[in-house]
Design a protein. Structure first.
Length: 116
């Protein structure tokens, strides 16, 4: 069990730093942010393939919005936005389809009083 704590400590520190930079009212140095994000992404990649780290990794992702975004980007090809709540994803899909449907219809064919 101690090994898992050791494995996650550097990633947890990077996650805290990224979250702090994301929420800071002062703009972050782009080079600093990129270096932190690249290192965190590499660590996520290394941990993602190990079955014994999944529980701890998921717990860390629940605590760090910045790390969650990096994780989703890393796995987007296989799972899309896999950390987004299902209800939120479905609502976004429905709203997008409705908007595209409205945009695809000429104004004259819309029902009177219907939103544009």
């Amino acid at each position: 069990m101690n090994t898992l704590r050791t494995d996650f400590t550097p990633l947890a520190v990077l996650a805290q730093m990224l979250d702090r930079l994301d929420t800071s009212p002062k703009a972050a140095d782009p080079l600093q942010y990129r270096l932190l994000a690249q290192r965190a992404t590499q660590m996520l990649h290394d941990l993602s393939d190990r079955a014994e780290t999944q529980e701890g990794l998921q717990a860390l992702l629940r605590k760090s919005p910045a790390l969650t975004l990096l994780y989703e980007n890393l796995h987007y090809g296989e799972a899309g936005l896999c950390r987004a709540p299902l209800a939120q994803a479905v609502e976004a899909e429905v709203a997008t389809r409705q908007l595209l449907g409205r945009l695809g219809k000429p104004a004259a064919s819309r029902e009177p009083g219907a939103p544009a």
